[in-house]
Design a binder for this molecule. Structure first.
Ligand code: AMP
Length: 574
């Protein structure tokens, strides 16, 4: 398949904002794609080379990209850097330069989707000495045969920033339209979309899902099952207004500590193990000691169990703030050193698979019994989450205080009669009870350079909420509070935020900086107000940063709709 065909669709998607039109354009392309190429095209449409849970990444830094573009086009590195600082988009830079250069050299080989995909995938496998050189060669080879628009998208895909404003749900709908609709309108396809979504929760790879949809249709998608070793989208918790309300919600509640760590999903098949985070990152190699824990403590041949992993301070024996553990999650080298510095503890709370059987439909009460049966706890290291079954508010409050005193976040109240629903924050599912209510998870989309004591750092930050329709982020306030000037264990500092955000600079206008949305923060505030000054139409009053949330994906950033709902609720209270 010609790459130019894909590029035509990219261009259309970039220019069109109507969701339905985007969906149709994608559906048409998917329909024309041969089955064996579908996984690749579905990934490329999302600007990806690997499914989100795959460990591999392309790893080309901006600096190398400047060199590549310079060599491929003959323009100086300085010129390219200057053009980039104007647009913040290497895609536009290369498009312009290639179109100028082509007037002189007309030689061209037609690029195929297969070739582009192959070269980009190879990039990820290159490591070690001379790797820059080889990466350089692979990208240059593509660019030298590319037409201007093709070069634009090759470069954007390489950098992992396609900028065509397509939300995750659009590709799902496009697959439905292409293979399950038989000419039906999308709005008549609720059932098909539901089945697709379910299949995707269990097999988070639209490439594979598209192929199943094309070859086996709805019945094939319904047969998608959990597979040991492959990640799935886990059940999520809803916020509750308070402990009393949460207790009243269920006939048979169980309360558990809400540990302040990272979700860990452990897959075991004999002696083969895989560990995934809730963002579906594969962290098996990062936690060698967990392998020992599981082999010692789990008495089952095949299973998938879930828990919360905490980092511990080995001197004080106290849990460490999540930021420390997140260093281990991201770490690809010096793993043994990290293992000694930040020991872990896992608190288990669920089981979704046991010896060939998926357990989603089993009520929590029975799942919990099975979990208890197959775990032989290792004190201090590999345990069952602390829990209490009661409807008595006094006892529940005591348990809540105990959790907070143990430096944990609060409680999760669960319904013992409920099934496990992957990928969802479901009504009647899990309710989280935390002292600071109704915080928002927002992404930082901009910043300003600080002055005075904050000179050299970013001093204030623009917050963005998510618009699920366009996949873009809308501004909803400025924040500078809750961030510390001095390093203090656990707190968020200007230094840390600046370090995290600097690589994301896209544009600078004086002291004002536009950032690529990437860093998610949990924000508390006093009030939500309507505001014409921000593109979401809302502003947070007195916002303060509680935490950086590296565990949250951009797709988990709170939406404009949620802010609107909270705004209405707050009005109702007054
Ligand atoms: P939140 O990140 O605020 O949406 O809260 C949900 C997260 O709490 C889950 O993804 C888990 O990582 C974490 N968590 C901590 N303790 C528990 C528990 N006992 N049961 C379920 N989730 C828990």
């Amino acid at each position: 398949m010609k790459y130019s065909k894909l590029v035509e669709v990219y261009e259309y998607l970039e220019k069109t904002s109507a969701r339905l039109k985007k969906t149709k354009a994608m559906a048409n392309l998917l329909k024309e794609t041969p089955a064996d190429l579908l996984p690749k095209v579905a990934l490329l449409l999302q600007g990806r080379i690997f499914p989100s849970w795959d460990e591999r990444e392309i790893g080309i830094a901006n600096l190398l990209m400047v060199k590549i573009i310079s060599t491929a086009t003959g323009f100086s590195q300085k010129d390219i850097a200057a053009r980039f600082s104007k647009t913040g988009d290497f895609g536009l830079v290369i498009e312009e330069l290639v179109s100028r250069k082509r007037q002189r050299t007309l030689f061209q080989k037609e690029l195929t989707v297969e070739k582009v995909f192959e070269n980009l995938q190879k990039l990820a496998s290159i490591t070690g000495s001379g790797s820059q050189e080889r990466k350089f060669h692979l990208v240059s080879e593509l660019i030298s045969s590319a037409k201007p628009k093709e070069a634009k998208y090759i470069v954007r895909t390489t950098l992992g920033d396609l900028r065509i404003g397509v939300a995750a749900g659009v590709i799902r709908d496009a697959i439905a339209m292409a293979f399950l609709g038989r000419g039906k309108e999308l709005k008549e396809m609720k059932e098909e979309v539901r089945v697709l979504e379910w299949a995707w929760f269990l097999r988070p790879d639209y490439g594979e899902i598209a192929r199943i949809a094309k070859e086996k249709g709805l019945p094939g998608l319904k047969k998608v099952r959990l597979e040991v070793g492959k990640p799935y989208h886990v059940l999520l918790a809803e916020k509750s207004p308070g402990l009393k309300e949460a207790l009243e919600e269920f006939e048979h509640p169980i309360m558990e500590y809400k540990y302040d760590g990272a979700r860990i999903v452990i897959h075991k098949k004999g002696s083969r193990l895989w560990f995934y985070t809730r963002r579906l990152e594969n962290v098996t190699r990062q936690f060698p000691e967990l392998r020992d824990f599981v082999m010692r403590a789990v008495k089952a041949r095949e299973c998938i169990i879930e828990g919360e992993m905490l980092g511990f301070n080995k001197e004080t024996g106290k849990p460490m703030p999540f930021q420390f553990l997140s260093q281990r999650i991201k770490r690809k080298y010096d793993i043994e050193k990290m293992e000694k510095e930040i020991p872990i503890q896992v608190n288990l709370f669920d089981i979704t698979y046991l010896n060939g059987k998926e357990l989603f439909d089993m009520p929590l009460s029975e799942r919990r019994k099975l979990l208890e049966k197959i775990i032989k706890p290792i004190p201090g290291k590999f345990l069952l989450a602390k829990s209490l079954v009661t409807k008595d508010l006094k006892k529940a409050e005591r348990f809540y205080r105990e959790a907070l005193e143990a430096s944990q976040e609060g409680l999760i109240v669960k319904n013992l009669d409920a099934k496990y629903q992957p990928g969802r924050r479901v009504a009647g599912g899990w309710l989280k009870v935390k002292p600071v209510m109704e915080t928002l998870d927002l992404v930082i989309t901009g910043a300003t350079w600080g002055t005075g004591k904050r000179a050299g750092w970013f001093g204030s930050f623009i917050l963005g909420c998510r618009d699920p329709d366009s996949g873009r982020f809308l501004e909803c306030g400025m924040i500078g509070t809750g961030i510390k000037e001095k390093e203090e264990a656990g707190g968020v500092t200007f230094r840390e935020l600046t370090r995290l955000l600097k690589p994301n600079i896209m544009e600078e206008h004086g002291s004002r900086i536009v950032l690529k949305p990437d860093v998610v923060v949990e924000v508390a505030y006093e009030e939500i107000q309507k505001s014409p000054n921000y593109s979401s139409g809302f502003a947070l009053r007195f916002p303060r940063v509680l935490k950086i949330r590296p565990d949250k994906a951009l797709s988990e950033v709170d939406t404009k709709e949620r802010i609107e709902r909270l705004f209405r609720m707050q009005k109702g209270k007054r």
